[in-house]
Design a protein around this ligand. Structure first.
Ligand SMILES: [Zn+2]
Length: 298
């Protein structure tokens, strides 16, 4: 019986996978047209999803509601708005609601839709480390927890969108590896790898993937010399294990501006850039952001 159920589920998932990106239109009273397109209605764990909204006549304000939070959309052109949400690598497969709200004058219109998250198979990395590298004393554990809490608090800020398409690769020779790897150290499961590692010689220049503000430039136990950029609308990029960084907290950066250089600071076994992307809270696979559907000029 179990096998036949599996066959049916597999057929269903194939059918949904084949469905095209959707555009839906609602013409509200008073001649207002409200159209929402989604880059992928059936994203996998770790996928970014681009939401494009066209409203005529243009409203005063457009926002996106996702997982209990509200994000401002970016104005791409008069009446055209963009938002980016991320399916976190640990999000459970299944349906998740998303809605777009527009306010004009005293009236509000809302468009509700649903994404279906697909499971993605992530590699499992079994590592055997000497106990001195795998265990930390109380003071170090306290530092690690404090840093994690501070960084997590940064990601909860929502500022006006400053990003635009396309996002730039942070290094010229971009060969990302290891996103989502479930790490098991000395038989104990640890946090999954929430970014991509790009192995390059120390000193290789690292540049900003999009315009934004430096919200962290400092040292961390795991990340070493670290820079975090807030691109607005809930989109952040992180750059860890730097040899040096050339930016300071609060600094505004343009897309492509130099941040620092590849290194092996913090807990790193050799020089590499750890590059991470958060979109509306979701830790996404950075390489997916450079796929063709996101690689267009606004
Ligand atoms: Zn890494």
């Amino acid at each position: 019986m179990g096998a036949s159920v599996l066959v049916v589920l597999f057929a269903l998932s194939l059918a949904s996978y084949a469905s095209p990106a959707s555009a839906e239109q609602v013409v509200a009273d008073g001649g207002q047209s409200f159209e929402v397109s989604v880059s992928d209605r059936h994203p996998a764990q770790g996928d970014p999803v681009l939401i494009e909204v066209r409203i005529a006549p243009p409203p005063d304000n457009v926002t996106l509601a996702w997982k209990g939070r509200v994000f401002p959309l970016k104005v791409a052109a008069p009446g055209t708005y963009l938002g980016l949400v991320g399916i976190d690598l640990m999000d459970p497969p299944g349906k998740v609601p998303l809605s777009v709200a527009a306010v004009r004058g005293g009236s509000a219109a809302r468009f509700d839709l649903e994404l279906t998250v697909r499971e993605r198979a992530f590699p499992v990395q079994e590592l055997a480390l000497p106990e001195t590298m795998a265990r930390f004393d109380d003071a170090t554990l306290e530092r690690i927890r404090g840093e994690a809490a501070r960084i997590e608090a940064l990601f909860s800020a929502v500022s006006p969108p400053a990003w635009d398409l396309p996002f730039l690769r942070p290094v010229e020779d971009f060969r990302p590896a290891g996103f989502g790897a479930r790490r098991v150290i000395n038989g104990e499961p640890r946090s999954p790898h929430a970014g991509a590692d790009i192995h390059l010689p120390a000193g290789t220049p690292v540049t900003a993937s999009a315009a934004g503000t430096v919200v962290f430039a400092g040292e961390q136990f795991f990340g070493g010399r670290s820079v975090i950029l807030d691109h607005g609308g809930g989109v952040f990029t992180v750059y860890y294990h730097l040899q040096e960084y050339a930016v300071r907290d609060g600094q505004r950066l343009e897309k492509g501006e130099r941040i620092g250089a590849v290194g092996s600071s913090g807990r790193a076994t050799g020089p590499h850039l750890h590059f991470g992307v958060r979109a509306a809270g979701g830790r996404i696979d950075p390489s997916r952001l450079f796929e063709r559907k996101f690689n267009r000029q606004e």
